[in-house]
Design a protein around this ligand. Structure first.
Ligand code: ADP
Ligand code: MG
Length: 401
């Protein structure tokens, strides 16, 4: 074969691969169910490589992998979708699990273990695989298998990896959507929990006082004619109870939503919060203008929780608080000079903070190395249109209207 002929053939192969990748990318954008996507990726890849069969696996927690997509040329060997295989020995599945990188076995003859034996029984003699990663962690792999030893060209790993990247993109979308759904569920649950707490507080606090006042007043009325002195004492007692009940109600109300935030905005509300804080607070720049109410409420919540944490956990000298508006985003920063080691998985406060920020399309970053203090930074989208959930339509252009 002349070298010109050779180049032309390589170019043609590249074009075929590019159009297969484009078809898969189009499918990913249409957000199909996973089974459809996985089978289709296997088919496109199998045809492009001209191999006997391809499959996609997902690694499980228990040392096995599950076949989640598959394609075979007619007569080619194939594991049915749903098959569970052990991750062991020197099979591509196991080597890839250990290295997290593309792997191949050019000849399965003489390779030990249950899986290798099953592969040979299926007529498989060689295999190549590339990893699929989600959020930086190994999720699974795509494999090409052949009925002959040494069935694969040197660049096969690379070519599989290009398809694996598209699957990674699709899974990342789905993963982001799941996380958002989970965080919404937690916010709703936290809402119910808050209402139960309010009901309990009302019942144990103000309600008891008011019931007590009613009883005192009824007794006073009974004693009014024959023992006015005693009646007067009871009226005084009722007065005390009403005062106490009102105090309880007022405390409850400020805990729910400080009126200063609604009436006067974030700056005065944070100034009040700083005054009440158990650790010294240094207020940095704060926005002069009013921000959307849900942004002010979330920013207030972030600062309130961070200050409570600083007082409770940080053993710090002081805390710096600042809020700036930056190109459509409010950025809330709270930094203490304490012991560090804040851990969002250790309590519900930081997770609730992350959920609220995420619900407004933002992100929460926590830097808290031991001994280095804790810095919390929350970015919150000011405009509703910047708060679209990831996934389904994230890649489509925003159209007017
Ligand atoms: N500013 C901080 N400095 C040091 N440790 C912190 C700080 N904030 C949080 N932590 C640690 O992270 C954990 C989780 O915080 P959080 O989710 O607010 O729960 P909680 O405050 O109810 O314990 C805390 O229990 C604490 O150990
Ligand atoms: Mg807390």
């Amino acid at each position: 074969m002349s070298s010109v002929q050779h180049s032309v053939e390589r170019l043609e192969a590249l074009l075929v691969e590019q159009s297969a990748l484009r078809r898969v990318a189009t499918l990913v954008a249409a957000d199909p169910d996973q089974r459809t996507l996985f089978d289709r990726v296997c088919e496109e890849l199998g045809r492009v490589l001209g191999v006997d069969s391809t499959d996609m696996i997902r690694y499980e927690q228990n040392g096995t992998a599950t076949v989640v997509g598959a394609w075979a040329a007619s007569g080619g060997p194939s594991f049915p979708v749903g098959t569970s295989v052990p991750v062991e020995g020197d099979t591509v599945t196991a080597k890839l699990y250990r290295s997290g990188r593309p792997e191949r076995v050019d000849d399965y003859t003489g390779i030990g273990g249950e899986l290798a034996e099953r592969l040979r029984a299926f007529g498989i003699r060689s295999a190549v695989g590339a990893p699929i990663k989600v959020a930086g962690r190994l999720w699974g792999a795509i494999m090409a298998v052949g009925g002959e030893p040494y069935a694969f060209a040197a660049d096969t790993e690379e070519r599989i990896a290009r398809f694996a990247e598209l699957v990674t993109a699709a899974l990342a979308n789905a993963d982001a959507r799941e996380q958002l759904a989970a965080s919404r569920a937690r916010i709703v649950e936290a809402g119910y929990e808050e209402r139960r707490r309010l009901e309990r507080d009302l019942h144990d606090g103000a309600q008891q006082e008011f019931v007590g006042a009613a009883i005192s007043l009824r007794l006073a009325r009974e004693k009014w004619s024959h023992s006015p002195e005693a009646a007067l004492e009871l009226v005084d007692a009722a007065f005390e109870q009403l005062q106490a009940g009102l105090r309880d109600l007022r405390e409850l109300a400020t805990g729910i939503h400080p009126s200063i935030l609604t009436d006067r905005g974030l700056r005065p509300a944070l100034e009040a919060l700083a005054t009440r804080s158990a650790v010294p607070v240094e207020l940095g720049p704060l926005p002069q203008e009013r921000l959307p109410p849900e942004v002010e409420a979330t920013a207030y919540f972030v600062v309130a929780e961070a200050l409570t944490n600083a007082a409770k956990h940080a053993q710090c000298e002081r805390v710096e608080v600042g809020v700036r508006v930056d190109d459509g985003w409010a950025v809330v920063e709270v930094r203490d000079d304490g012991v560090g080691g804040a851990d969002a998985s250790a309590g519900s406060g930081l997770r609730g903070m992350a959920d609220r920020v995420m619900a407004l399309g933002g992100r929460l970053d926590i830097e808290s190395a031991p001994g280095k203090g804790t810095a919390i930074s929350a970015r919150i989208a000011l405009r509703a249109r910047d708060r679209r959930p990831p996934g389904r339509d994230a890649d489509r252009p925003v159209t007017g209207g």
